[in-house]
Design a protein around this ligand. Structure first.
Ligand code: COA
Ligand code: HC5
Length: 637
């Protein structure tokens, strides 16, 4: 049976048709009133996200700052925290406010999180927020192969969609606990809508007339493709092939205005340009068709020709931003929650808009699709003529044209700035850390700390995503990978005066500390979302924001020069995203049993950073850590 989620993260349970809840839509606020009616057994049974104790968070915050701030800064923060948490102080008041919120909502955090992390975040979604995903290269090299594969891919998504629609998705488990399944209901038939100050997300999946079409974009031209027959059965791959061929042959001209590139703009600019774009009724209808569609399929034109060595990095770039306006950046609608990308040369993947869901549900869907495309087709096509896919028209006024030109220019600057290095670490995978009784994820994170230290001789604030899906509507919290234990290990590692046994001991301590932090984070006891909640509660209660949040140490703690995420997939995929600060790195990795796929990104404009160098340093750190373990008889553990 295919695993619905990342293999390493969950144990897949049996399909329980009744075990899945009804979707909740992001457009509606998360509130207790939604816990009613058909809210299904599974979701109801999930615990709600706890609010950690105030004192615990304050103590853990101090420990987390130790490896990344100066001694005097830490002393100042301690004083601020003492004041914040004193009896009868503002901390206690905010904590009570949060606890009250937790009592009357499905999840005290999720709606705030979507707003803060996504909908009010104004940098372009492309590179800065939306991840890319590269599939193993497919074995076609021409237009016909591209169309055949795309048709199969559509069928595979519809096969998965059937499980969403009839609620037969198996419940996922993490550490033996069932996970929230809500995100699966948010990724199809949904789209982000730009606004002048903040965006929103619409989900049409549960509207009275749910969409029956996808949008296909080819040579920058959009088409509506109905993917169900009139009897409700999905089109077969053969039928889809015919339709995709019709789309391709009616969009051969490649000098069209790339209206989709508008979605790469800064969100405030796009918000304004959007209002202008949809003033025209034709444009409004076209945009609405894209937004309502089940997903978007991008049939890409040629990609830059590169050596075999850099092919993976170039593919990651195509999935992350399309390569710039001269390549495929205009062959997208980046607001669309899910875009599949199929190139002519067998390069395939996806890009997704992050607001509605985390990576794992998207990857589970994609793993299913990959497996589906490998199976022979069984269903026979009905002999009925199909309607011509409908082309979406846009009237381009001079003002819209100006916005498109602006978007092209900005996109090209961003594309030039992004440095992406994909590496396959082939020496070992999860097998080696496991054989040493260590958590593979923690081992990789500590190797990243060592790699960074070797390049910069200090530790930096490091973010790793932790899933909060054990809780109803849970999203993520932060695992802070830079700890006192990791700092002690990385300082000792290259010190010739230290014995190997001591180094191993420090490694074990660092890896164990990381795994403990992970356990704490996935059980809702980490510090970052709690601190954010306390701050937002102050805003909600119209209180002045406590000084701990304007403290330079807090800014340092949130300046993640290493922004990392483990996203496992069954298929040998590469997942990628951009750095979150101008002088930082984005590091996404997919640990398989015997190898690890890494995608490291940074910005070329920053002199301090270099994606290839960090990728190489990580390889070196992983190898050196293994060598140390192999060479050192293990002390008692
Ligand atoms: N000895 C031997 N084996 C061990 C071990 C040890 N000490 N510790 C862990 N393992 C095993 C596990 O049992 C697991 O086995 P499996 O491969 O058979 O499943 C495997 O090693 C992996 O465990 P580990 O490396 O510790 O990580 P994890 O799978 O628990 O993942 C997180 C850790 C933080 C990535 C995970 O908890 C999580 O939150 N994932 C979601 C992240 C996310 O959402 N990312 C995308 C954001 S958009
Ligand atoms: C297909 C891979 C997607 C990975 C995306 C991811 O890890 O996003 C993080 C989400 C979160 O809340 O932690 C954010 N991050 C990219 C900045 C790490």
């Amino acid at each position: 049976m295919w695993g619905i989620c990342s293999r390493t993260m969950v144990k897949v349970g049996m399909a329980k048709p009744c075990g899945i809840m009804k979707p909740c839509h992001l457009v509606k606020p998360v509130s207790a009133t939604r816990v009613s009616g058909r809210y299904l057994t599974h979701q109801k049974g999930l615990p709600t996200l706890p609010v950690p104790p105030l004192q615990q968070t304050c103590e853990r915050y101090i420990s987390a700052l130790e490896p990344i701030v100066e001694v005097d800064e830490l002393k100042h923060t301690k004083e601020l925290l003492d004041d914040f948490q004193k009896a009868g102080g503002v901390g206690e008041r905010l904590q009570r406010g949060l606890e009250k919120r937790a009592g009357i909502t499905n999840n005290w955090l999720s709606e705030w999180w979507v707003q803060v992390a996504y909908l009010t975040y104004r940098l372009p979604v492309v590179v800065h927020s939306s991840p890319g995903l590269v599939l193993p290269r497919m074995n076609f090299r021409d237009k016909q192969g591209q169309i055949r594969f795309a048709a199969k891919l559509i069928s595979g998504v519809l096969d998965f969609k059937a499980m969403i629609d009839n609620e037969t998705l198996p419940v996922e488990y993490l550490g033996g606990k069932p996970l929230c399944m809500n995100q699966y209901y948010e990724v199809l038939s949904s789209c982000r809508i730009p606004g002048p100050k903040k965006d929103s997300v619409v989900n049409h999946a549960k509207s009275p007339r749910p969409p029956k079409h996808i949008t296909v974009v080819h040579n920058f031209q959009f088409f509506v493709l109905d993917v169900y027959n009139s009897d409700g059965t999905p089109l077969t791959s053969d039928q889809l092939c015919v339709q995709l061929e019709r789309i391709c042959s009616s969009s051969l001209q490649n000098n069209m205005e790339p209206v989709g590139i508008l979605t790469t703009l800064h969100r405030d600019s796009w918000g304004k340009a959007y209002l202008n774009l949809i003033k025209d009724t034709t444009n409004k209808q076209s945009v609405s068709a894209i937004q309502r569609s089940i997903f978007t399929l991008c049939l890409d034109g040629a990609m830059p020709r590169v050596s075999d060595e850099t092919r993976r990095s170039t593919a990651a770039v195509q999935m992350l931003h399309g390569g710039g306006s001269q390549w495929n950046s205009g062959n997208r609608w980046f607001d669309k929650t899910l875009q599949f990308i199929v190139g002519e040369d067998g390069t395939c993947g996806a890009n997704y808009e992050h607001a509605p869901a985390e990576g794992p549900p998207i990857v589970a869907l994609i793993d299913h699709v990959v497996e589906y495309t490998r199976k022979p087709e069984t269903s026979r096509s009905p002999m009925v003529p199909l309607p011509m896919p409908q082309k979406l028209h846009f009237n381009i006024t001079p003002e819209i044209k100006k916005n498109i030109e602006e978007a092209k220019q900005e996109m090209n600057i961003l594309a030039d700035d992004l440095d992406m290095r994909v590496t396959v670490f082939g020496h070992f995978g999860k097998d080696v850390p496991k054989s040493h009784k260590m958590s593979p994820d923690a081992f990789i994170q500590i190797a990243l700390q060592l790699a960074y230290y070797r390049m910069y001789q200090h530790s930096c604030a490091t973010y790793e995503s932790a899933s909060l899906r054990m809780y109803r509507l849970g999203r993520t919290d932060t695992i802070r990978s830079a700890s006192s234990a990791s700092a002690a290990f990385i300082k000792a590692f290259d010190d010739p005066n230290k014995q190997n046994t001591e180094k191993v001991d420090l490694m074990v301590k660092a890896v164990t500390a990381h795994r403990s932090y992970t356990n704490m984070a996935i059980s809702g006891q980490a510090i970052d979302r709690h601190l954010l909640g306390l701050k937002l509660q102050a805003v909600e209660e119209k209180l002045s924001v406590p000084e701990i949040f304007s403290d330079p140490a807090y800014a340092k703690a949130l300046h993640y020069k290493l922004s990392t995420s483990q996203v496992p997939s069954k298929a040998d995929c590469v997942m990628c995203f951009g750095p979150v600060v101008s002088n930082g790195y984005g590091v996404c990795y997919n640990p398989m049993n015997n190898h690890i796929n890494f995608a490291v990104s940074s910005f070329n404009n920053c002199k301090e950073t270099n994606a290839a160098q960090l990728a190489q340093a990580v390889e070196g750190a992983l190898l050196d850590m293994r060598t140390l373990l192999d060479q050192t008889p293990r002390a008692k553990l």
